[in-house]
Design a binder for this molecule. Sequence first.
Ligand SMILES: [Zn+2]
Length: 263
Amino acid sequence: MTNQSTLDHVDPEHLALFAMRTLDAEEFAQIHAHVEDCAACRLEVEKVRGDLGLLAIGDSPLAQPPAGSKARLMAAIRNETTHVSARPSSLWKWAFACAGTLTVALIGIVLLQRGEVRRLHQNIDTMQANLEQERAESQQARQIAELLKSPNSIRFTLVTSQVHPQPEAHTTYDQNKGLVLLVASNLAELPTEKTYQLWLLPKSGAAPIPAGLFKPDASGNAQMLYAELPSGAEAKGFAVTVEPRQGSPAPTTSPLLVGLVKS
Ligand SMILES: [Zn+2]
């Protein structure tokens, strides 16, 4: 064990452990008190610390400890052990010499393992980061799939708000009754002297037949039922033009909207 007398020096393995700060508080305090008063032991501690520092740097391949530092550490411990002549028996000397050598070996192993442990920790950190990323990605994929197939999902189509929605019209025509229903939306407002006019485009290729006048409401929507088409007129489609307020017998502007049956 440690020797509290300043006459007897601290044994080298405890000095080494002291230098490594691996002693419990009580032992540390005892040796610290001795080292404070004893220049020889203090010097020994400094040497061990120096060698430990070099060995620790030896984790990096760029900075191997100078050849002999480990041997010097071992030799210092051996010298110190044999130099302590006040030991009661040669068995103790032998025991302490063995302990000293063992300590040096353990220090070497600890220092080597410290580098390996650090590398393992880095590998584990990298693997954990990868695992977290994969977990997040698969969770996102699952959320997307669930959202797309859920009956509760509501779909919106978003377009640039800078452009007016495009006008469109739907006609439903019964040629036997000469009846056409128009439903239109997104129509621009017209000046009072203008109107929209619907035209039946005959399948025969004859001139367009007037099919009613209409104006949109404030929201741009319009609905018109026109019942005065000649019965039996086959239509290839319908068109909408802008005309004077009372309407025209024939289109005077090019069609704003055209819908043709698929032939
Ligand atoms: Zn001493």
